[in-house]
Design a protein around this ligand. Structure first.
Ligand code: 1CP
Length: 359
């Protein structure tokens, strides 16, 4: 009798990506690229059109197509849902849009505790049916695992408080220290939102999740531990029962890697500032994801190849490494370079069990 066709989270347990998330040996090192869908791809520019990315995300057939484009083009081992970290905020009418070429903009930024009333519980089937429909389409089409994602409470709060992208996060940090009570309630509300968003994506068929705390590296270890970690832990531990791998990533988080693992991650994402061998030491028995500097992909091909080999060497040929960039693909990247990086990782990466047991 033929084996039954299995869809959903259990379908990809034998894939290199899922094995790496679970620190199991596998024949190849899996690879995907943060922001692999997007402006580096001519096929993306062709279908995307003008206007806010939120409009494209609201069209399930289009969002599914954009998710599939980099999988076809690069031969990566995982897809990441085409969505954005501000999607749940937009869905509960907080008043956020994403300006092309700039990023999220909150017309009326959060300035006082009365703004907490603008946060309400996310009801996925009513508030984000289009996102769930996109996931369901993809689960039927993909031959690799789908990663769902959410923004971590701190990073999402930074947009609500600053009103848009920032380089200093000055208002956010000031608020955290001057009004710790309402900061804590803001974190709690955003943790609930991220948790509901991630649970819904997994229940619709996503095989793994990534919690993006992109800007957490702006914080001191003490601030992170006291004012941010509890909320991120609520999100990551809140989905533990679903059994899917949980990836936790931020930029410039070298000094926070141990705590980001302890927040409840199975895999810790690492940017280019910390060699992967050292990152592994900091995250204990967890897997690591990274960490080629995305800017290197603008250099001549032989430089990119040498840098990719250096990342593989630093990962040590042990299980529990997912090759990725240290942050998102730069829009000016030649897609041919990323195809070559994926080929090289597949051909040269090793993930063998260490003699005598686990890494
Ligand atoms: O309209 C557009 O095409 C603009 C570019 C763009 C894209 C392609 C934005 C605006 N968002 C996205 C999609 C997106 N956002 C994805 C899926 C694409 C893929 O990976 O294949 C993901 C994972 C995100 C997540 C996201 N959005 C993060 C976390 C990841 C990271 O890069 O650190 C953050 C911080 C955002 C906010 C955001 N949305 C868009 C921009 C330009 C930004 C960053 C703004 C800033 O610098 O603060």
């Amino acid at each position: 009798m033929p084996a039954p066709v299995v869809f959903g989270p259990v379908a990809f347990e034998e894939s290199p990506f899922m094995k790496a998330c679970r620190c199991l040996p596998s024949d190849t090192v899996p690879v995907w690229f943060m922001r692999q869908a997007g402006r580096a791809l001519p096929e993306y520019r062709q279908v995307r059109g003008e206007g806010s990315i939120l409009d494209a995300i609201a069209e399930p057939e289009l969002a599914a197509e954009i998710t599939l484009q980099p999988v076809r083009r690069y031969g990566v081992d995982a897809a990441i849902l085409f969505s954005d970290i501000v999607v749940p905020l937009a869905a509960i009418d907080v008043g956020v849009d994403v300006t092309p070429g700039h990023g999220p903009v909150v017309a009326d930024p959060f300035r006082g505790p009365e703004d907490l009333r603008r946060l309400r519980a996310l009801e996925p089937e009513e508030d984000i049916p289009h996102v769930l429909e996109t996931v369901r389409i993809l689960v039927g089409e993909l031959s690799v695992p789908l990663i769902g994602f959410a923004g971590a409470p701190f990073t999402v709060a930074s947009y609500l408080v600053e009103g848009g992208p920032s380089r200093t996060w000055a208002r956010t940090k000031a608020l955290m220290h001057s009004e710790p009570g309402w900061w804590g309630r803001l974190m709690d509300g955003l943790a609930e939102l991220a948790l509901a968003f991630l649970r819904a994506q997994v229940e619709a068929g996503a095989s793994a999740v990534q919690l993006f705390d992109s800007w957490a590296g702006a914080l001191s270890p003490d601030d992170y531990r006291q004012h941010v970690l509890p909320a991120s832990r609520r999100v990551l531990e809140g989905i533990a029962d679903l059994g899917v791998p949980r990836i936790h990533f931020g930029v410039g988080t070298g000094e926070l890697l141990t705590m980001m693992g302890e927040a409840g991650a199975d895999v810790v994402g690492v940017d280019w500032r910390v060699p992967l061998g050292e990152a592994r030491r900091r995250v204990g028995g967890r897997a690591v994801q990274g960490n080629l500097d995305p800017v290197m992909c603008l250099a001549p091909l032989e430089v990119v190849e040498a840098e990719a080999r250096r990342v593989l060497a630093q990962a040590g040929g042990l299980p529990g490494h997912i090759f990725n960039l240290g942050h998102g693909v730069m829009p000016e990247t030649d897609p041919g370079v990323l195809t070559r990086v994926a080929e090289l990782v597949h051909a040269e990466g090793r993930a063998e069990a260490a003699p005598g047991g686990s890494p």
